[in-house]
Design a protein around this ligand. Structure first.
Ligand code: ADP
Length: 417
């Protein structure tokens, strides 16, 4: 099998999202959790997605893990590098999207790359370089209140330019060109390259637009974007577009649901779960004094399959918590606590976990020591059930903050392997 796509995702939910799209597009895909051990051989697959927790990591660490992952896949003959980030371009003024993309351009020898975050199926579109979530600008979508990566500017050309270390100009392939198809897109990219423009945001309003973009960039050494571009590229690259999603092994037993996402959609999902009679055990980083006492309490209720442990809060409360503890410390307390609960539950024999939140998922998966996942059916677009390989599989559903409908937690339980 030729390794077509060597993908690196900057968070864990992003990785499962992309892996589900690549699988759907017809590529046999393996998900590697965390930077690989370079001495271990790459698995035989059409695509490998390495899940990192590099979105908000210190830049040095993000670059080290990203490049290590890429070199591992490049050595196995990966044809194209795919840098996956969130369809809401989650990042800070310092990065890490821009600097990581720059490092990957050097590593892959790419003279130019595209940034295609759009995921129309989930309402993320880009027009004139401005990112929309549904009918709202990114900066009015709730993402302006994100605890770690608040997005207050919807103009991606500006957001990206601020992150590029060398003051590079950021170009745009506008929708007027995109909708003319791949040849027009290629001509636009070539004209931008002539002007020395290496970083190019692409508009896209529909998956058809992304299909055209995929056709135009299929031979670029490096592409970057959300998972929508992955779906279109996979459809083009799949040798055998009949690759079907293999059923996951039967796992069974109680399911622990953990939410550390404060995104608008997750807050609505937690509220809905409670309104539908589900149990929600709320945790507040200001009040966690004894983590083990909390863990004992959760473990005593673990047989209740409707237990959801959640730190999700509306923006005002998150702000108050951050004012008191600092944003980073509050996030650390929540992530460590939820990761600890997952470890305790695992020790008690629990093998099914639903986790809401990208950073949160990274912390939980690391604590569980999961290394490689197979991808199963999706609960919602971009949120598949996955399972670790081996004789005692652990089932994981990792949900990016704003994904899933209001009934997500019920949907996840109903479809759990
Ligand atoms: P999403 O996918 O919605 O972006 P993430 O898990 O990536 O969710 O990010 C949410 C961040 O907010 C995490 O680092 C988490 O620890 C932190 N967090 C969660 N709950 C709270 C809270 N109540 N107060 C402050 N920070 C929180």
């Amino acid at each position: 099998m030729t390794l077509q796509t060597g993908a690196i995702a900057d968070d864990f939910t992003g990785a499962t999202d992309l892996a589900s799209m690549l699988t759907r597009g017809g590529l046999s895909t393996v998900l590697q959790l965390g930077a690989p051990d370079p001495t271990e051989p790459c698995p035989d697959a059409d695509a490998i997605v390495v899940a990192l927790k590099s979105r908000t990591a210190p830049l040095d660490e993000a670059l080290y893990d990203t490049l290590r992952s890429w070199h591992w896949m490049a050595a196995a003959g990966a044809r194209q590098c795919y840098f996956k980030y969130c369809s809401t371009f989650d990042s800070t003024p310092e990065g890490n999207i821009g600097p990581v993309a720059q490092a990957l351009m050097t590593a892959t020898g790419a003279a130019q790359t595209v940034y295609t975050p759009a995921l129309p199926e989930n309402g993320r579109t880009v027009y004139q370089g401005k990112l929309f979530v549904g009918n709202q600008l990114l900066s009015e979508s709730g993402m302006q209140n994100h605890p770690l990566t608040p997005m207050s500017d919807p103009d991606l050309t500006r957001v990206l330019a601020a992150q590029l270390s060398d003051g590079s100009t950021v170009g745009l392939v506008p929708w007027e060109i995109v909708q003319q198809g791949a040849a027009a897109i290629r001509a636009c990219l070539a004209a931008l390259a002539q002007d020395g423009i290496a970083h190019v945001i692409t508009d896209a309003l529909t998956q058809n637009d992304i299909d055209a973009l995929a056709e135009a960039v299929r031979d670029m050494p490096l592409v970057t974007g959300g998972s929508g571009l992955g779906l279109s590229l996979a459809r083009l690259l799949a040798q055998d577009s009949a690759v079907s999603i293999r059923p996951l092994p039967e796992v069974g037993g109680p399911t622990l649901m953990l939410s550390g996402s404060c995104s608008a959609a997750t807050n609505a999902q937690v509220t809905r779960w409670r309104a539908d009679g589900g149990t929600v055990l709320g945790i507040d980083p200001r009040q966690i004094v004894d983590r083990q006492e909390l863990a004992d309490n959760v473990m005593s209720q673990i047989a209740d399959t409707s237990l959801l442990v959640s730190s999700s809060q509306p923006p005002e409360t998150v702000r108050a918590i951050q004012d008191e503890l600092g944003a980073e410390r509050a996030a650390q307390i929540v992530e460590n606590t939820l990761a600890h609960l997952a470890t305790c539950a695992r020790q008690q024999g629990v093998r099914r976990f639903v986790v809401a939140g990208g950073e949160t998922s990274g912390a939980v998966v690391k604590a569980l020591g999961a290394e490689r996942l197979m991808v199963g059916e999706s609960i919602a677009p971009g949120v598949p059930w996955c399972a670790t390989l081996g004789s005692e599989p652990i089932a994981l559903a990792l949900k990016s903050g704003n994904f899933g409908t209001e009934t997500f937690f019920r949907d996840a339980l109903e479809t759990a392997p």
